[in-house]
Design a protein around this ligand. Sequence first.
Ligand code: ARG
Length: 583
Amino acid sequence: MKTITQQLTNIVSAAFEKCGYDPALGRVTVSDRPELCQFQCNGAFAAAKQYRKPPFVVAQEVADVLAADPAFAKAEVVKPGFLNLTLADDALVKLVVALAADENGGIPQAEKPETIVIDYGGPNVAKSLHVGHLRSAIIGESLKRLARAFGHKVIGDVHLGDWGLQIGLVIAELTVRHPDWRVWALDFDEAVDPVPELNPALLCEVYPFASQKSKTDEAFAEAAHTATAELQARRPGYIALWKEIMRVAVADLKANYAKLDVDFDCWYGESDADAYIPQLMKTLEEQGLSYESNGALVVDVAEETDKAPMPPIIVRKSDNSYIYGTTDLATIIQRQQDFDPDRMWYVVDKRQHLHLTQVFRCAKRAGLVRPECEIYHLGFGTMNGSDGKPYKTRDGGVMRLEDLIATVTNTSLERLAQSSFVEEADREDYARKLGMAAIKFGDLINHPTKDYIFDLDKFLSAEGKTGIYLLYSISRINSMLKKAGEQKREFNGVYSESERDLMLKLVESGDAFVGAFNELAPNYVCENAYQLAVAFSRFYHDNRILDEQDDAKRANWLALCELVRDQLCRHLHILGITPVENM
Ligand code: ARG
């Protein structure tokens, strides 16, 4: 179904046209001043310029047409030319009924569903996930669900960093520690030779150790670089060990993403792009785009309108090795061949903007994607600690994501221990869900490009704009509906002021989803969910729902409660948050 502002825009545009004006002037928005009206149209100001009339006169002509429309209780003109609109209660109830019947919860379905690849997560194999990976996971997952809710075909790809120096460092260190392993032999044969079994604890320890060592031990650093190059050249023993590293690391990553309720359709990595590098190099050369510069192979990507310097992208280093830019470009070829997408979104830290801009421009210049394909970097801001600096552990180190999840879950477990609602056996599961709701909402309530402060106490509070407040609202409705049992639920009118406000918030939710999708900003969904919960809370306090003696009223209110609950669950689902039944 169309959103409320789309529906009203159609009506008001027709009124403009009827009065002899351009229908495009009839754009309706949700009112900035809810105390005055529900919706507004400011088209009379543009009309005034176009038709050389006072805006007030144009607005009045249109208002006169609208006054005859049963959709509106009021269509008023406020000087100098605002058109203020308030729906008739009958019309409002009809909209609510339509929303309740719409399986898509008021989210307008795409007329031409598009194929969208979202590159998010971006963890590096052999290094542990840290808090820097949290935002990409949370925002990317939400955008994936949001786009799917509009009917688009969305492919989430984790894009593992699995082919670079981090693997070379691990190989070099294991060579020192276990010189007797068969994998180091140049004649290693996967069919007959044994591969040592690794585990996540070992990987977590080896990588930081090796990385540190490479900073002071030049010979070791050299060995790690050589190992990386030989891995990429597919030395059999290294490939076998790499597969074992991948087996262990990917299982560990999957477990951690599962704790976050984040899942990917593709578990491709930089290594999968390797096969497309020859094609990339050939294309760049054939088109005369790549040239040598100081021994490296580069492609110019600067444009005339650039205000800041835009260096050429390096596609091959002087030592003949391929780098980050190369694998990103080769991955684009792979995605084009596999999915022929209409859009590719990269949910990556905004500090990588220069790199991704170079990649995208090169991809477009080389025609690696269709010219109309949108390639977009959603660069997110940093999650900071209370000191306003990137979030760290107490001793100033990088916080592992696993530790952060454990802290959040334990804190919410402690709080749940004081709650009499949750059975002992459910507490672990509740604690995880509450913890996730807290950190995801705490993140997504901010515009993705902004930095924010991670404040667990605030995020876990049951009051204010928090995920917990929303879960609490849902649980309150659940227990009321349970008490109501099989009693009739049916929309039939508007009986109170707070009820009208609540219905209005419900019918506005479609616009919030559209805003979030158009701007890739899930914070609109958070904001609308919060407003819906607040409006519900007022309604709940103003009316004694279960004690109401008038059957029609009670049926109306129960239907309303149910719709609010379902709609809030839809919001949360899109945010990647799983509600709990009762708390
Ligand atoms: N692995 C990279 C990192 O940790 C992030 C990858 C982002 N995605 C991409 N296509 N470059 O910095």
